[in-house]
Design a protein around this ligand. Structure first.
Ligand code: CP
Ligand code: NVA
Length: 306
């Protein structure tokens, strides 16, 4: 049985296999075909943080596959009142067939997975957001940006930056990350990515210079300056990140046919300008829709691994 906690646990071949499966499922839905490989299966969805896309895409996805999803907010379950993860994991996994969890410390997911009898999927932790990265790469494939692309990530060295590190180092393309001093990616995660990059041939470049990172890029991406759980740092971060807005001028340094991606929600006038977000280069809504298709692929793939 396999869990999906980070892209680090998957080979390049497995990642591409899941992407292919998602493409087939997407094509089927677009032609009105709904195969039901997960009929009578239940997905438990634990949310310890807010969500729009992750909740709706997982719930719709399991329904389209013939199964059923249960939304479990930490406010309304005993998890929120301190029931240990290891007890919750054993109880839930005796009843449901798959679990998706969005939480704070990544170690909570690891603990859940350790005690779970069914596959566990990371729907975002403080360290990683792998489902988003699969949707991002699916969008890059659809836009013809999947062959040795140069990706520029501008901003916080957070869960999205870490997931880009994992994807890039597994698939072997170029990633340039520009973050302000003090907001760099985790050294431990970078080390792991560099060890994968030695095998895949990926190139990882880190700097604090957005212009250098974006120059000649095929894909430009960014994320909020203050992630969930960092609300009290908002004002300081606004000051520290003020030179890291992806605006038309910065985007103009990328290739003329480059695309812009953002996991959303986006904060206009902060990490990205309204103009870039609403431009033809912006693929953010295609990217958001792909969360549905890729997660269906992940659920089918993981269920088969049992
Ligand atoms: N991108 C993303 O995960 O969005 P939500 O927080 O709305 O789920
Ligand atoms: N980095 C953001 C991503 C939201 C989808 C956060 O963790 O809040």
């Amino acid at each position: 049985m396999r869990h999906f906690l980070t892209l680090a646990d998957f080979s390049k071949e497995e990642i591409l296999e899941i992407l292919n499966l998602a493409k087939t499922l997407k094509n089927e839905v677009k032609s009105g075909i709904y195969s039901k490989p997960l009929a009578h299966k239940t997905l438990g969805m634990i949310f310890e943080k807010s969500s729009t896309r992750t909740r709706v895409s997982f719930e719709t996805g399991i329904y389209q596959l013939g199964g059923n999803g249960i939304f479990l907010s930490s406010n309304d379950t005993q998890l929120g009142r301190g029931e240990p993860i290891k007890d919750t994991a054993r109880v839930l996994s005796s009843m449901v067939d798959l679990v998706m969890m969005r939480t704070h410390q990544h170690s909570r997911l690891e603990e859940f997975a350790k005690y779970s009898k069914v596959p566990v999927i990371n729907g975002l932790s403080d360290d990683f957001h792998p489902m988003q990265l699969l949707a991002d790469f699916m969008t890059m494939q659809e836009c013809g940006k999947d062959k040795n692309p140069i990706v520029a990530y501008i901003g916080d060295g957070n869960n999205m930056a870490h997931s880009w590190l994992m994807l890039t180092s597994k698939l072997g393309f170029t990633l340039r990350i520009a973050s302000p001093k003090g907001y760099e990616v985790s050294k431990e995660i970078l080390k792991k990515a560099e060890s994968f990059a030695r095998i895949s041939g990926a190139k990882i470049l880190l700097s604090d210079n957005p212009r250098e990172a974006v120059a000649g890029a095929d894909v430009v991406t960014t994320d909020t300056w203050a992630s969930m759980g960092q609300e009290e740092q908002k004002d300081k971060r606004k000051r520290d990140f003020k030179d890291y807005c992806v605006d038309s001028e910065l985007m103009g340094l990328a290739k003329s046919d480059s695309i812009f991606l953002h996991c959303l929600p986006a904060y206009r006038g902060q990490e990205v300008s309204e103009e870039v977000l609403e431009s033809n280069q912006s693929k953010i809504f295609q990217e958001a829709e792909n969360r549905l298709h890729i997660q269906k692929g992940v659920m089918v793939w993981l269920h088969k691994s049992r």
